[in-house]
Design a protein around this ligand. Structure first.
Ligand code: IMP
Length: 427
């Protein structure tokens, strides 16, 4: 049976939590494969709203095994706080599995994330300040601390002391901050060993065995395609690989296992943090989208930048992820517009581009070329089938589908679990 990957097709915040929740009940495993508590998934079940940052959405479905795989970076304090919060609301969290190979976010990673952003001034990336970038940097430079290291006090001590040798020099001498105390960090992280132990597993082995047994594994990406370290708007990206290729490395399963890649595409575009965003609206229309769509960050509470949908961007996401199906989210937000602009290409210094320009310099100069589609006034939040949608809404979906290069298989018309039109089965 298959592994299915879900990826954000824009700059994150496309509504992945809703999509995961929809299919979450029909799969056996829900796996996070990259990122950390920089993510923010909102899941609405009945009158209950859950904001998850680190845990896979599958934690809310009693028959699903939620997995934090090797590609994720874990802030243990956040993990246990999130677990406690759910336990207090009656959610059973015992099924969670955590990879022994996942890297840990350390206090010096958080400190360096914040201070380096401050020093970048106007050139800042606008990170979430959770220590994500510095943790992945240590992973790549082979100086990271992994979940399994908490089980070996000697190794843990050695790694933390070694890390602080240079991190404290940087904090004090470059950034003029106070150094961190090794003993305090060692004590805190040794304390996590017993808390982590019941959850820790060889998650790659577990997932591959599950696939061999015919189970369905759902790989839940965080952030989005344009925030990918390789394929995003570098350097205004996150430090991991949210794209579908990253799912294999981040979960320890082979690409031949993946049979479907679902791209989550919001009916308009948002972005948090710095970086190019050709269709961004800096006027009252942008504010209208922000208010209609409730575009305020789940993780940081920051206002999201808002703009119209960008078809070349969606097409790019199809290309780099091999998207087979789109889930179009927040379609209801567009109700009430007389006409809806869709970006179909860019003007770059007087030259027309149909695809995302190859260089960042050109992308920074790109202004959108729009085509306009007739809008609809009807409230579509109660609609449950494609045929019930107003004709103009149907045409909007069909146009996007054609431009994005993959079929739209589901449409979100509200935040609730039942406010989804499933045109064909996603699982
Ligand atoms: P970092 O992931 O905290 O290093 O932040 C790097 C960039 O990714 C910043 O522009 C963040 O705003 C953005 N980012 C990180 N996580 C998310 C997310 O879940 N949704 C949207 N943007 C995100």
């Amino acid at each position: 049976m298959p592994a299915i990957t879900l990826v954000g097709a824009q700059w994150g915040d496309e509504g992945k939590g809703k999509a995961t929740d929809l299919v979450g009940n029909r799969v056996d495993y829900v796996v996070r494969y990259q990122g950390g508590n920089n993510a923010g998934h909102t899941v609405v079940i009945g009158d209950q709203k859950y904001a998850l940052h680190l845990l896979p959405s599958g934690i809310l479905s009693p028959d699903v095994v939620p997995v934090i795989a090797n590609g994720v970076v874990i802030d243990p304090a956040v993990l246990f706080e999130e677990l406690r919060g759910l336990q207090e609301r009656g959610v059973n969290t015992e099924r969670l599995l955590v990879s022994a190979n996942a890297h840990l976010i350390m206090p010096y990673h958080r400190a360096l994330d914040k201070v380096s952003e401050r020093f970048l001034g106007k050139g800042k990336i606008g990170t979430t300040g959770r220590g994500i970038g510095p943790t992945y940097a240590d992973k790549i430079s082979r100086a990271g601390v992994r979940v399994q290291d908490t089980f070996d006090p000697k190794i843990l001590r050695k790694k933390i002391e070694l890390a602080l040798n240079d991190k404290n020099q940087i904090l004090t001498k470059v950034f003029n901050r106070r150094g961190l105390d090794a003993e305090q960090i060692i004590e805190e992280y040794l304390g996590y060993a017993d808390l982590l132990r019941p959850y820790v597993a060889d998650t790659s082995l577990v997932l591959n065995q599950a696939l061999d047994e015919g189970k369905t594994v759902f790989l839940e990406g965080s952030q989005g395609t344009l925030l990918d370290i390789d394929h995003g708007t570098y350097p205004f990206v996150t430090s991991s690989s949210p794209t579908s290729g990253g799912a294999c490395a981040g979960a320890g399963i082979g690409p031949t296992r993946i049979t479907k890649v679902i791209g989550i595409l919001k009916a308009y575009t948002t972005r948090v943090g710095s970086g190019p965003f050709p269709t961004e609206l800096l006027d009252e229309q942008g504010e209208w989208l922000r208010q209609q769509g409730g575009e305020y960050g789940v993780t940081t509470g920051r206002n999201r930048r808002c703009g119209w949908v960008d078809a070349p961007l969606a097409r790019y996401a199809t290309r780099v992820n091999g998207i087979t199906d789109f889930f179009l989210t927040k379609m209801d937000v567009l109700s009430g517009l007389e006409r809806i602009p869709v970006c179909v290409g860019y003007d770059v210094d007087g030259e027309r581009w149909d695809e995302i320009p190859m260089t960042q310099t050109d992308f920074h100069h790109a202004t959108p070329v729009y085509e306009y589609f007739d809008g609809w006034n009807e409230d579509i939040s109660h609609v449950r089938s494609f045929e019930e949608l107003p004709k103009n809404a149907q045409a909007y979906v069909r146009t996007l589908e054609e431009m994005a290069g993959a079929q739209i298989s589901a449409i979100g018309v509200g935040p609730g679990r039942d406010q989804t039109l499933e045109l064909r089965s996603l699982v």
